[in-house]
Write a new protein. Structure first.
Length: 100
């Protein structure tokens, strides 16, 4: 699967390597085009997944604010709930990033 912004691929991985959580596809860290991501200051804590790290996605000089997020250190028990270690995996805001 690919995650794209305006036709530019920002992440790509076989579907078998993605982790599905609450209707979102989380891409493994190695699948990201790291040059497209800059850390955001946005703060959020999911009650069961943990503290989120938001990312701005930059494509062709255009910044897409908080278009991606990850959980660098998921809370204890969340991996068991999901059935897969998703630490550092990245999901995308579907209003800004196309997944397919």
């Amino acid at each position: 699967m690919k995650a794209t912004v305006n036709g530019t691929v920002i992440a790509e991985a076989p579907e078998s390597e993605l982790v599905g959580i609450e209707g979102n596809h989380y891409f493994p860290p190695a699948s990201l085009n790291s040059g497209s991501f800059t850390k955001s200051d946005t703060q959020y804590t999911c009650p069961w997944k943990g503290h989120a790290q938001y990312w701005d996605v930059v494509v062709d000089g255009e910044v897409h604010r908080d278009a991606a997020w990850s959980y660098p250190e998921p809370f204890d028990g969340s991996t068991e709930r999901v059935g897969h270690d998703f630490a550092g995996y990245v999901a995308f805001d579907k209003s800004q990033v196309s997944i397919g």
